[in-house]
Design a protein around this ligand. Structure first.
Ligand code: NAD
Ligand code: WQD
Length: 339
């Protein structure tokens, strides 16, 4: 089965391509390399001995998409391509709405033309916004994002809901990821942020290899057990298998929404502590003020995916930090420009 993977050279897309190949699917990748490098393709090949067909281009390019759908018999699309930096989205909202919302609509239009109606979307826990309880479940009311990035995910979820209502033969799955971290066990693939990382785990890993002197902990006065923010970290390999699990159910038409998380939260201090156990020296940190827009704590209620997709996370926090450190120490400057 040919699966079009948009953004398939990115962090989550690349790990998913490996799981797809291992499960017997054939990923076909489109990526404009906005936030990734072509070297990822060679790494996928090194790990799986298969080099996926790759199209360098933009999901907003209808001509290219048409060429892809005409050339290949695509059974389903997994749509990762998009912009994902929350802070940047506040400064560049049009870029985010254009790529994330218009790009998704463009892709769906071409799919409709070619009668491909199986779609898996990378959504985010950010769509929950602020809730009364920290265990987020799929039935909670959503509709209040806290950034243009969050709104772009909410808007696409709305587009998907309306589309599925209008054309009931679509099978649409929206996967709401919690905090993806970790790397491939081989140390060959991992997260490769451009510039200074905004997120906790990539920042810690750069401190571990000496690129920054310490981690700034954004606040230790939250109403959490140790005062630092609590999140549900999910190993990227578990996230990837979540997509394969969703794909196996793709013949069921309807709109399906699943949280992909572990169901357990860890504090910033717990993550730093776990990381310090797997690298040569303890990770230095300083407590600084809260980061605007951060919530105290939330994690996934992961029971729906367990029940309906028969999927749950397998990897512990220890494995997340071990695999992350292996990747970071073997590739301190990320992927090479040419490979
Ligand atoms: P990433 O930036 O590593 O991957 C996205 C890929 O899409 C990149 O390779 C980029 O080059 C490509 N891309 C961007 N714009 C494109 C365009 N217009 N046309 C073609 N390709 C384009 O990000 P990721 O962490 O792998 O995230 C994948 C998806 O998951 C995104 O939609 C993101 O919003 C969503 N998500 C990520 C997280 C997270 O914390 N990483 C959490 C929740 C949801
Ligand atoms: C985690 C915790 C910070 C950096 C973001 C997006 C979300 C989703 C996942 C895409 C928080 C603290 C962080 C640092 C710190 N992405 N922290 N020092 O904010 O939970 O989620 O990524 O959909 O939409 O918002 O992740 O890794 O930035 O922060 O103390 O240098 O670590 O305050 O408590 P976040 P994060």
């Amino acid at each position: 089965m040919n699966i079009l993977v948009t953004g398939g050279l990115g962090y989550i897309g690349s790990h998913t391509c490996i799981k797809l190949i291992e499960a017997g699917f054939t990923p076909i990748i489109i990526d404009n390399l906005y936030n990734s490098k072509q070297a990822v393709l060679s790494r996928i090949e090194q790990i799986t001995h298969i080099r996926p067909q790759f199209y360098l281009g933009d999901i907003r390019d209808k001509k290219l998409l048409t060429q892809i759908f005409t050339t290949h018999n695509i059974s389903a699309v997994i749509h990762f391509a998009g912009l994902k930096a929350v802070g940047e989205s506040v400064r560049k909202p049009l870029d985010y709405y254009n790529t994330n919302v218009s790009g998704s609509v463009c892709l769906l239009e071409v799919m409709k033309t070619h009668q491909v109606k199986n779609f898996i979307f990378s959504s985010s826990a950010t769509v929950y916004g602020v809730q009364d309880s920290p265990a987020y479940h799929e039935e909670m009311n959503i509709g209040q994002a806290t950034s243009p990035y969050g709104w772009s995910k909410l808007m696409v979820e709305q587009v998907l809901k309306d589309l599925q209502q209008a054309e009931t033969d679509w099978s649409i799955t929206s996967l709401r990821y919690f905090n993806p971290v970790g790397a491939h066990k081989s140390g060959l693939m991992g997260e490769d942020p451009q510039g200074i990382p905004n997120n906790l785990m990539p920042y810690i890993s750069q401190v571990a290899v000496g690129k920054h002197p310490f981690v700034s902990i954004y606040g230790n006065d939250y109403p959490t057990p140790d005062g630092t923010g609590v999140r549900d970290y999910i190993h990227v390999e578990d996230l990837a298998t979540g997509h394969v699990a969703a794909l196996k159910k793709i013949n069921q038409s309807g709109l399906h929404i699943y949280n992909l998380g572990s169901g357990k939260g860890y504090s910033v201090l717990e993550v730093i502590d776990a990381y310090s156990q797997v690298c040569p020296k303890p990770i230095p940190y300083k407590i600084v003020g809260r980061r605007a827009g951060d919530l105290a704590q939330y994690w996934a209620d992961a029971t729906k995916a367990a029940k309906e997709l028969n999927w749950q996370t397998q990897h512990s926090l220890k494995e997340m930090v071990e695999d992350n450190y292996r990747w970071q120490s073997q590739n301190p400057n990320g992927y090479p420009n040419d490979e």
